[in-house]
Write a protein of this length. Sequence first.
Length: 83
Amino acid sequence: MYIHLGGEKIIRAAELVAIFDISIEQSSKLSKQFVAESRKRKTVETIGEEDPKSIVVTENKIYYSPISSSTLKKRANHFAANG
């Protein structure tokens, strides 16, 4: 199964590790460090032109998605229940 993250970006549901609201980046020192290290490795991608609303962590990459974390979690749960 696949999950649409916004724009033209689709990932395999099996690759999904976590979905966070964008606010976690400001409230958590650990998440800031995690994203900073991922940027150094060039494994961060911003989807589309809109302001990001969520952070999606996969096995190999971090995506800044314009879709809310609650919507993405519903999509992921739908596939988990039906997959």
